[in-house]
Ligand binder design. Structure first.
Ligand code: FES
Ligand SMILES: [Fe+2]
Length: 361
């Protein structure tokens, strides 16, 4: 500790080395629930979404019985990835591997192996269904975990569920789903999300009506929650962060005049206003590349273009700062200096949790 300031704990290599990247994939993301979809995206039987949890490709399918199931998105024959993106299974409602046409049903069971009698005389179909993963839903959002015996999702949401305020995201509809590329390490984007210090400066215009001096925030385990209200002399009109769109009807006053920002450790972020509930997952692609997977929930008649435009412009403001740091991390003189005593303390705490999960490389 210098001058009472918290210190960044992660080494520079955490933002640039392949070894760190691999360690995070293996130790941090492989054993974690991932937000993979909104239930809106899986409305009918045969609808599916794919996702990557660490290095594990997963797929979630709504079955003909209406149930959601998660599987490893890997053919049991030679291991090819089966489905990509999202959509609806073809007319037969089966998952057909393009390579040698092994066929699986929506419940994961293997039903067709071409030339089975001659080429696989001993093969027991019941042993070679898709490998299951774990699935859970919360407030209209769908989460998957590579390990079917993982701890319940609720344990990963500690603090988040208690700090929802009056938000009931499950009552809203997903009105936007888009992705934004960032040329930076995923942790820089998360650190920016929990950095209170930058609100005055980087977002001077976009968040100028909010009272950052009374920004309330805290960690609950590795998760982080926050709330801030409008400045005292601002009226409700200033709370319209996005002009012309429909506000969320079920909010109480504190949430009509406030913003919430939260982190589900390690890389799922939530941001809310009186008009939207947004989640963005910072999905690592390479040490210096991240995809921000943005989903916005709102009233069904909300102006999706206005919402997407506004959220994009906030995120692009933040990405600009993260990319500016990323450009410097290769320099021999790069280093993180003293950090703000309270307003940047969450970054040091986030580092502690990363180190506890990944270990020092
Ligand atoms: S790898 Fe899928 S059928 Fe061969
Ligand atoms: Fe920001």
């Amino acid at each position: 500790m210098r001058n009472g300031s918290p210190r960044a704990l992660l080494p520079v290599d955490a933002y640039r080395s392949d070894e760190w990247f691999a360690a995070e994939q293996g130790r941090l993301f492989a054993d974690r629930w991932s937000l993979v979809a909104s239930e809106d995206e899986l409305a009918g039987p045969g609808d599916y979404v794919t996702a990557i949890a660490g290095a594990a490709p997963l797929v979630v399918i709504r079955g003909s019985d209406g149930d959601l199931r998660a599987f490893h998105n890997i053919c049991r024959h030679r291991g090819a990835v089966l489905l990509s993106g999202s959509g609806a299974l073809g007319r037969g409602g089966t998952v057909d591997c393009f390579y040698h046409q092994w066929r699986y049903m929506m419940d994961g069971s293997l039903v067709v192996v071409p030339q089975r009698k001659e080429q696989f005389p001993q093969l027991d179909l019941t042993e070679w269904g898709l490998l299951p993963a774990a699935i859970a839903t919360w407030e209209g959002m769908v989460f998957a975990h590579p390990d079917p015996a993982s701890e319940p999702l609720a344990a990963s949401l500690q603090g988040i569920t208690e700090h929802l305020g009056s938000y009931r995201p499950g009552r809203l509809h997903q009105v936007v789903r888009t992705q934004i590329e960032a040329r930076c390490n995923w942790k820089l984007f998360v650190e920016n999300h929990i950095d209170v210090y930058h609100l005055w400066y980087l977002h001077a215009d976009s968040l100028g009506d909010y009272d950052h001096r009374h920004f309330k925030h805290r960690f609950v385990g590795p998760n982080w929650v926050s709330y801030e209200a409008l400045k005292p002399n601002r009226d409700l009109e200033h709370a319209a962060l996005i002009k012309g769109t429909t506000p969320i009807r079920h909010l109480e006053l504190a949430d009509q005049i406030g913003l919430r920002a939260q982190l589900i450790f390690p890389n799922t972020m939530i941001a809310t206003s009186s008009e939207f509930w947004a989640t963005y997952v910072a999905r690592p692609v390479a040490p210096d590349r991240t995809v921000i997977d943005l989903r916005i929930r709102a009233e069904p008649e909300a102006d999706c273009d206005a919402l997407e435009g506004a959220l994009r412009s906030f995120i692009v403001e933040d990405i600009r700062a993260c990319e500016a740091i990323q450009q410097a991390v290769g320099s021999p003189v790069f280093g993180v200096g003293p950090m703000a005593a309270e307003h940047e303390r969450p970054i040091a705490t986030f580092h502690e949790h990363i180190l506890a999960a990944v270990g020092n490389q």
